[in-house]
Design a protein around this ligand. Sequence first.
Ligand code: PPE
Length: 305
Amino acid sequence: MPITPTPKIWMNGELVDWEKAQVHVLTHTLHYGTGVFEGIRAYETDEGPAVFRLTEHIERLFSSAQIMGMEIPYTVDELITATKETVASTGLESCYIRPIAYFGYGEMGLNTLPCSVDVSIACWPWGAYLGDDAVEKGVRMKISSWTRHDHNTMPPASKTTGNYVNSSLAKVEALKAGYDEAIMLAPNGLVAECTGENIFVARHGKLLTPPLSAGALEGITQNSVSTIAADLGFEVVVDNIARSDLYIAEEAFVCGTAAEVSSINSVDDRNIPCPGPMTSAIAEVYHQAIRGQDARYKDWCELVR
Ligand code: PPE
């Protein structure tokens, strides 16, 4: 999915022209994968563009930095304002937003302590991550041959750039084998999440989703979907999921900011009913919630203007 440029990118406190938002090749994070980032979406609402759960995303950026021992030289409020300014500067009604905090140019070597911390926020139009028909048709999943890193190797709770080496290996492997996306198992063999999404699996009429301890990112969409599911009267349980639970799931879906809610139609060529009734109902409410069309979730839509 090629990036469509927008007029401005926020870099260290100012909006600069898209082409001028550049870094030196000796930028520390480019070499060591030590940056932290977020993926956020803004949607068109009746009151203008609104950023979905912006505060939670910026707070998670600071949690990621805290795990990495990185001090972001701005406050949460400053980056919330900066994100809104960046979205407004594009004139877009809806877009994907990518804030990143990274160790900058000036020091080399693995010690991050003397490094400067730079922050940028870019946004651009980004369509359906797993295809336009990902709710109806569903995605074909493969269990990855790559194991998700555990808490004592690369902390999965931090959205650290280097963590995505593991995700990229799994994603490319799955695509080359003819699948749409990969499911990552933790070192103990239990289901963690997908390369860029959390996972929900229905068993015995309940929706299960793995805990952070299984090596999943604490997903903001996972949280939104859990709230929506409970409000729809479905039982949601945060619990461990075994590989076999996937093969005999009554229905299953992935969720994330980029992927939104996408049904799973098969795992390792075992078909799963798709789209399942709970998945369809949740996806429908989610699509209204992100656009400010459901009064119950209006607080989640943070207006840009
Ligand atoms: N797990 C991982 C590993 C992950 O990267 C994401 C988001 C999630 C779960 C879902 O989190 P949330 O967005 O808070 O619901 N992945 C982002 C980046 C994807 C990419 O390709 O880059 C995203 O969805 O924006």
